[in-house]
Design a protein around this ligand. Structure first.
Ligand code: UD1
Length: 342
């Protein structure tokens, strides 16, 4: 394995991690996946192997366990880590803040510390558009001020960004990129990997596909009295395969020594705002089905609208979202059907 072309992926059995592993391998990288399987299945790694035809290295490791992580650094040589491993349920983070701070921050600090200890240069962090909160101007650019986090989950994203910025500033050999994802949706076109939430999904698209599969009775649209064209919230839904390719572009930038700053931030979205109702209608149209849904009260903590200004990612990373919403929602449904045997 060439260390420059090898990437450690923490949380690589998860939704975005597994898709990123596939695209990195397709682009000629070797990957090492670590995951504690706390919110993922090892079958996702099998899916990555099937899609790529490569025998991907996989270790069950909790990134909060520094000694176990050190063993991974001793065993494999890689220049780059992509850190996905984190809890991500907003509501749960309000009820159990310590669980979130403990897991999301300790794991990230362990990763950065090991990178420093082993002189490995590149850290790519999985951040979120949640850092923008209810922004004053839309679309948001990377220099739009972050708003105070409204949940411990969101706060862990902000704090981890700051940790990475400060460490890149302090340690001469360390470089960092934070990718701020908008709303990742969809699944790999092979239907071999996709999103697999445990219990009742918090996010819109998994709730839609589970409703279409008959697992949920009815979808609730959280609020139709927002100040938007149809009254429902606007988001920037980004196909998970496009998102995975953005990671490849960022890893290329780091490994080819093209970074202009030691720490850089990129918005990863489509640049197109889509309402909840538009998303539902598109899902129904492309998949030829009707979805039972009803209007419901607003969900506390939701922002009215957020979508990305993508110029920086387009021009500097040379990356652009390509897949159309309809294709993405078709892939999401194909995956759900496959998982449920519908
Ligand atoms: C949520 C998180 C965000 C996190 C992201 C990860 C909140 C408040 N925010 O974003 O911090 O980074 O997930 O993917 O949870 N909706 C319904 N009915 C549903 C589910 C959702 O109408 O059953 C609506 C929501 O009100 C929102 C839109 O669908 O307007 C998208 O919701 P969701 O998929 O949960 O994403 P975000 O809330 O944007």
């Amino acid at each position: 394995m060439d260390s420059r072309k090898t990437v450690l992926i923490s949380g690589g059995a998860g939704y975005i991690g597994s898709h990123t592993a596939v695209e990195l391998i397709n682009a000629g990288y070797d990957v090492v996946i670590i995951d504690n399987l706390s919110n993922s299945e090892k079958e996702a790694v099998d899916g990555v192997r099937k899609i790529t035809g490569k025998d991907v290295a996989f270790e069950i490791v909790d990134t909060c366990d520094k000694d176990a992580l050190r063993k991974v650094f001793e065993k494999y040589r890689f220049d780059t880590v992509i850190h996905f491993a984190a809890y991500k349920a907003v509501g749960e983070s309000m009820a159990e803040p310590l669980k979130y701070y403990q897991n999301n921050l300790v794991s990230f600090m362990n990763i950065v510390e090991m990178m420093k200890e082993f002189n490995r240069p590149n850290v790519l962090f999985s951040s979120s558009a949640t850092v923008y909160g209810e922004a004053e101007h839309l679309p948001v650019t990377e220099s739009t001020p972050r708003q105070p986090a409204t949940s411990p989950y969101g706060n862990t994203k902000q704090i981890a960004e700051d940790i990475l910025r400060d460490c890149c500033r302090a340690y001469p050999d360390l470089y960092g990129i934070a990718l701020r994802y908008f709303n990742p949706i969809g699944a790999h076109p092979s239907a071999l990997i996709g999103e697999l939430p445990r219990g009742v999904p918090n996010n819109l698209v998994p709730f839609i596909t589970q409703t279409a599969a008959g697992i949920r009775e009815c979808l609730s649209v959280f609020g139709n009295d927002y100040d938007t064209p149809d009254g429902t919230c606007l988001r920037d839904y980004i196909d998970v395969v496009d998102l995975a390719k953005a990671h490849v572009a960022a890893v290329d930038r780091m490994t080819e020594g093209k970074m202009k700053e030691k720490y850089e931030i990129f918005n990863i979205g489509t640049g197109n705002p889509v309402s909840v109702l538009e998303l539902i209608t598109t899902f129904e149209d492309v998949n030829g089905l009707k979805l039972p849904y009803k209007m419901a009260p607003r969900r506390p903590g939701d922002v009215t609208a957020v979508w990305a200004e993508t110029t920086l990612a387009n021009e500097v990373l040379g990356w652009k979202a390509e897949r159309r919403l309809g294709e993405t929602l078709k892939a999401a449904w194909e995956w759900e059907k496959k998982v449920r045997g519908v």
